[in-house]
Design a protein around this ligand. Structure first.
Ligand SMILES: C=C(O[C@@H]1C=C(C(=O)O)C=C[C@H]1O)C(=O)O
Length: 359
């Protein structure tokens, strides 16, 4: 009897706290709607990744507990997601189908209130944003073990869209099946990238089982949902969507396996104080050009985090370079370096400046 009274009392107090949280959420939503009205007049972007990062970092650092800091991020992820949809309905295209890692990256960046729309290919994601069917798009750009996603780089050769944000996602692969039993597995389905990322584990644990390449990890999960003798390598999220059991969790060969995604939109992000800039350029075919193209950055102490070349499809043996640097194109030294780079290039295109993702 005593215990019941105490429980009822505590629940009453929880109700009172929830009422206060609800009141504050609505107070916050009213302020966000005013921000949205100002942005509509100024024609500025609704989604401001630098501001969101500032909110997460300030609150997780200030959190005294016992409410876990990770959960603070998750709760505010959804508060901001709902806020953003009050400013403007957020339609976000991603490389589908559902439950792909691009879907997870889109959820991490935009939360559950955004309308997330799966597209069939990377070009289709670009097209949805270009046509205005989606406000933003989410596409993979590189993986720590498998390297660059060349399809995405190639799209920037043709598209005028800008990078608005980057998302880093720790990619963990799960072996999933209907029965959850190791001995039932006669075939393993997945996309070539996860198969490559789990190569060693598969060779050691399922040495005689055929591996089958399919177009996505989701398709693999769909096939396996119908076949009791097959397993799929996919995300943990795919298991919940396709009603599969986990045979073995985290089978990737490399721990710290991250995939980097780009959020593409019409505008680049404002400076946040800790940004990256992505460039694409075509150098002239002359002796010493590789040295000259790096000099403008070296002499200004600008850190380059990535350099990648791709063959120019229109002309044999000409290469287009993709480069990521630390800083925003609005920083005078970055702007000057890029101008100087232009002197030894046939063209330079700034793909975007955006806040650096912190994992
Ligand atoms: C309210 C704003 O718009 C959006 C919503 C945010 C929020 O809910 O705090 C933060 C950044 C923006 O993506 C803003 O720009 O401040």
């Amino acid at each position: 009897m005593q215990k019941k009274q105490t429980l009822a009392h505590l629940r009453q107090e929880i109700d009172a706290v929830d009422d206060r949280i609800l009141e504050l959420l609505n107070q916050r939503a009213a302020l966000v709607m005013q921000v949205g009205a100002l942005k509509t007049v100024a024609k500025s972007d609704f989604h401001v990744p630098s501001r969101e990062r500032e909110i997460y970092e300030r609150l997780t650092a200030a959190n005294p507990g016992p409410f876990p800091s990770d959960a603070v991020r998750g709760v505010f992820r959804e508060i901001i997601s709902a806020s953003l949809s009050l400013e403007h309905p957020m339609r976000v295209a991603f490389l589908g189908p559902k439950a792909t890692f691009s879907h997870l990256a889109a959820m991490q960046q935009f939360g559950l209130s955004a309308e997330l729309s799966p597209e069939r290919s990377i070009p289709a994601v670009f097209e949805a944003v270009e046509k205005g069917e989606a406000y933003y798009g989410v596409v993979p750009v590189e993986n720590t073990t498998e390297g660059m996603v060349t399809h995405t780089l190639d799209m920037f050769m043709e598209s005028e869209l800008k990078v608005d944000a980057e998302v880093l996602l720790e990619v963990s692969h799960f072996l999933l099946s209907r029965t959850g039993r190791f001995e039932d597995i006669k075939k393993v389905y997945s996309h070539p990238q996860p198969l490559a990322q789990c190569r060693k584990w598969l060779a050691e644990n399922l040495p005689n089982v055929p591996l089958v390449d399919v177009a996505s990890t989701t398709l693999a999960a769909q096939i396996v949902a119908e076949d009791y003798n097959a397993a799929a390598i996919a995300s943990e999220y795919a298991a919940s969507i396709y009603n599969l059991k986990v045979v073995k969790a985290r089978i990737e060969d490399q721990v710290n396996n991250f995939t980097r995604f780009l959020v593409i939109g019409r505008k680049m992000a404002d400076p946040s104080g800790d940004d990256k800039t992505s460039l694409m350029f075509l150098v002239r075919d002359e002796p010493g050009i590789l040295h000259r193209m790096l000099e403008p950055f070296a002499k200004r102490n600008i850190n380059l985090s990535k350099i990648e070349s791709r063959p120019l499809k229109k002309k044999a043996w000409e290469y287009i370079f993709f480069l990521d640097l630390s800083g925003h194109i609005g920083d005078p030294s970055v702007a000057e370096a890029v101008r100087e780079l232009g002197d030894c290039c046939q063209f330079v295109k700034v793909l975007g400046s955006y806040p650096r993702a912190r994992s």
